[in-house]
Design a protein around this ligand. Structure first.
Ligand code: PEP
Ligand code: MN
Length: 341
């Protein structure tokens, strides 16, 4: 249930509602947004009786939340969440492009790629330091050394960085270096990791599990918001299907569904969806046309020598084209001031 306060509600009136909720053994979560405050009632095991709240000063309405996810739902928070990372804003009205190699391999590799992607228009640099690999014999990432290189990239280029956290043990370390914490497809339902992410002081990008429904994905995001971290973005990266013409199948329809059901930004990773570079630009264009809030793209200056995911990594000049084309598409929906829509 959501208690909607009227616009003039005082802090004391809000506090009284919170106290009333807590007296019943529930958890109260004030949700600021737009021009009114709503208070979410969480952890109720059965239906909540709205009557006692409706009679309280400052309360304008009580709405039952029909979805199993609460804090991530639009019912709870109608206005879009915008996430600020340095100078970059992620969310509705913005197109945020994150790019970089699958894995950080060396300082010169990371810096070379970072300079290329920045010049092409990327705002955030990606690169894995702790890599979840199918085979234990594959390159596992440089670990802390990789994080140090990411910090160097940020220092030299001014770009915020995003990198994946794989487990609870390395969470503090990864959080101390990165600007955005990435939770990968394989960990989407790692509930202890999600709870830890809920306590993080940095924004989190939660990738969709490769066999997860949208509801399961939003429920996973709910764990992070329930823990107190509201800076969460979602990332569609393709789901497992029977096809062999691509590594995964990019579920473009998840974009309008997520935008309708949730206020959280949705980013698309066309690289892991495709698994091959010739599909990355078309899928990027389609994602932006479907109104994704951003893209995360793998780029490598020497993909044949890449230690992971070379086949899906764009050459820098291809990434230049990608940026140009997706911005042109984005501009169709977001004409500059003064232009007709
Ligand atoms: C990645 O982005 O580096 C990655 C491993 O992606 P995913 O979790 O989507 O496979
Ligand atoms: Mn990769």
């Amino acid at each position: 249930m959501l208690i909607v306060m009227n616009k003039q509600a005082t802090p004391e009136q809000i506090e009284s509602v919170v106290t009333e909720i807590e007296k019943r053994g529930y958890v109260a979560r004030p949700i600021p947004g737009g021009d009114r405050i709503t208070i979410g009632i969480l952890h109720n095991q059965g239906p909540v009786d709205a009557a006692p709240f409706l009679g309280m000063p400052g309360v304008s309405d009580a709405i039952s939340v029909t979805k199993p996810y609460k804090l991530v739902s639009r019912e709870c928070k109608p206005d879009d969440t915008l996430i600020q990372v340095g100078d970059v804003v992620i969310g509705n009205g913005h197109l945020t492009i994150m790019a970089g190699p699958c894995a950080i391999e060396s300082e010169s590799q990371a810096l070379t790629i970072a300079r290329h992607v920045k010049a092409a228009g990327a705002q955030i640099f990606r690169g894995g330091a702790f890599k979840p690999r199918t085979s234990p014999y594959s390159f596992q990432g440089l670990g802390e050394k990789g994080l140090e290189i990411l910090a160097k990239v940020r220092e030299e280029t001014g770009m915020p960085v995003i990198t994946e956290v794989m487990d609870d043990e390395t969470f503090d370390l990864v959080e101390s270096y990165t600007d955005i914490i990435q939770i990968g497809t394989r960990n989407m339902q790692n509930f202890s990791l999600l709870r830890r992410a809920g306590k993080a002081q940095k924004p989190v990008m939660l990738k969709r599990g490769m066999a997860a429904t949208i509801e399961e994905w939003l429920m996973a995001a709910e764990y992070i918001l329930e823990g107190g971290n509201t800076d969460v973005m979602l990332c569609e990266r393709g789901v497992r299907t029977f096809v062999s013409h691509s590594r995964n199948t990019l579920d473009l329809s998840s974009i309008p569904v997520v935008r309708k059901q949730s206020h959280l930004p949705i980013i698309v990773d066309p690289s892991h969806a495709a698994g091959r570079r010739d599909q990355v630009i078309p899928l990027s264009r389609a994602s932006v046309a479907a109104e994704a809030h951003g893209l995360m793209v793998e780029v490598h200056h020497e993909p044949d020598k890449a230690l992971s995911d070379g086949a899906q990594s764009l050459y820098p000049e291809q990434f230049v084209r990608l940026c140009r084309e997706v911005h042109a598409i984005f501009d169709i929906f977001h004409p500059a001031d003064g232009e007709l829509a």
